[in-house]
Design a protein around this ligand. Structure first.
Ligand SMILES: C[S@@+](CC[C@H](N)C(=O)[O-])C[C@H]1O[C@@H](n2cnc3c(N)ncnc32)[C@H](O)[C@@H]1O
Length: 349
């Protein structure tokens, strides 16, 4: 806790960033938060059908790029490595793609890199710490719950003036929020977007927008695409979506610093505007339910459960429902594809 104690006052995003990624006590840096024993479960860990659909999507998208003989597949924030494992297993049915593809994981947490290396041993994968290290070949980026794991800033408008939220704390269990007046125009200049237009509350991730911009520029230059799957919404009006989870329950992110998974929901309208401003790019957008159904997940469930016992069949359909059910992940999670304008590919959308 040394670093936190020394600083006392931090902008909200800096505070979240330390809570999640501080080398000593950061939430993601010391533990494996996935699965039953962890704090949450992600789609690849609910059912392998999820990653199988993504695998088929990747093959088709690669074909839309002209089946390049050299292509990179990058998973951004690979968690426990489950998705990459199933992807590569599925690609064994597509040997030409397998031979053309360089598999890369971009991961920040040393603890999770170890976990991924264990899970993916014997497979040819490289781990990178900087996106700049990627070569100039066409690149397909896959990001499942990557963008929601980034720290956010929040601003509020009172009497026509904008204030940014900060965190003050004495010790790891005594922190509170305060506000500081800010010049919103300066921020708008930086991100080249009038984020405060028609808003009286702003929530956005500076880190997330930087990733989105840099990756989109790489796609423009080298060809490829970004498939992004995340909890989010698309209304123009921004919402306060900050939330913390510990032990599968909602928690207070100002308490037990380093023990909570702090997330937010992606504002896909904002992402869309940023993409539009970059020019020559196009995006497609739908719900996880639509995407997975269009990719054939129901048919796949039917085929694999054909000769199984009732119990195993029930388990497959229970998990399928978690992925596509209206009140489960189906509508809450959205899928966005960012690609070059001239590429008319729209499978899954
Ligand atoms: C919510 S988890 C999702 C993991 C995985 N994609 C899944 O669906 O199970 C977020 C992942 O992104 C990683 N991560 C977060 N911020 C990152 C960053 N700036 N650079 C690289 N990895 C990051 C985390 O360590 C973690 O592996």
């Amino acid at each position: 806790m040394k670093k936190l104690k020394e600083k006392h006052k931090l902008s909200l995003d800096k505070f979240i960033n330390l809570s999640l990624y501080d080398k000593k006590f950061g939430y993601y840096m010391n533990k494996n938060p996935f699965g039953k024993k962890g704090d949450f479960i992600t789609a690849p860990n609910i059912s392998r059908l999820f990653s199988e659909m993504i695998a088929i999507w990747i093959i088709s998208f690669w074909q839309s790029l002209g089946s390049p003989k050299k292509v990179n597949l990058i998973e951004l924030g690979a968690g426990n490595g489950e998705m990459m494992k199933v992807l590569i297993e599925s690609f064994k049915n597509f040997p030409f793609f397998l031979a053309s593809c360089k598999f890369i994981i971009y991961e920040k947490s040393p603890k999770l890199i170890l976990e991924q290396k264990k899970q993916l041993k014997d497979l040819k994968i490289s781990w990178i710490k900087k996106l700049k290290r990627i070569n100039k070949d066409p690149t397909i980026f896959i990001a499942n719950e990557f963008f929601d794991a980034h720290a956010i800033k929040q601003f509020i408008k009172r009497n026509k003036l904008w204030y940014e939220k900060f965190v003050y704390f004495n010790n790891k269990n005594n922190a509170y929020i305060f506000e500081k007046k800010t010049d919103i125009k300066k921020l708008e200049k930086k991100i080249n977007y009038k984020i405060s237009k028609n808003e009286d509350f702003i929530e956005y991730s500076k880190i997330g927008i930087n990733y989105l911009t840099n990756i989109s520029k790489m796609i423009k230059k080298n060809s490829g695409g970004l498939l992004l799957i995340d909890y989010g919404y698309s209304g123009k009006k921004m919402k306060n979506t900050l939330q913390a989870v510990s032990n599968h329950k909602y928690s207070n992110f100002l308490k037990n610093i380093g023990k909570n998974d702090i997330t937010h929901h992606i504002n896909f309208s904002l992402f869309g505007e940023i993409i539009k401003n970059l020019g020559n790019l196009k995006y497609n957008y739908t719900t996880q339910k639509e995407f997975l159904i269009k990719m054939g997940i129901k048919k796949r469930a039917e085929v694999i459960s054909e000769n199984l016992s009732f119990l195993k069949k029930t388990d497959i359909y229970y998990r399928l429902n978690r992925l596509i059910g209206d009140r489960q992940m189906g509508n809450l999670f959205k899928v966005m594809l960012i690609k070059n304008k001239e590429n008319k590919f729209k499978l899954g959308f």
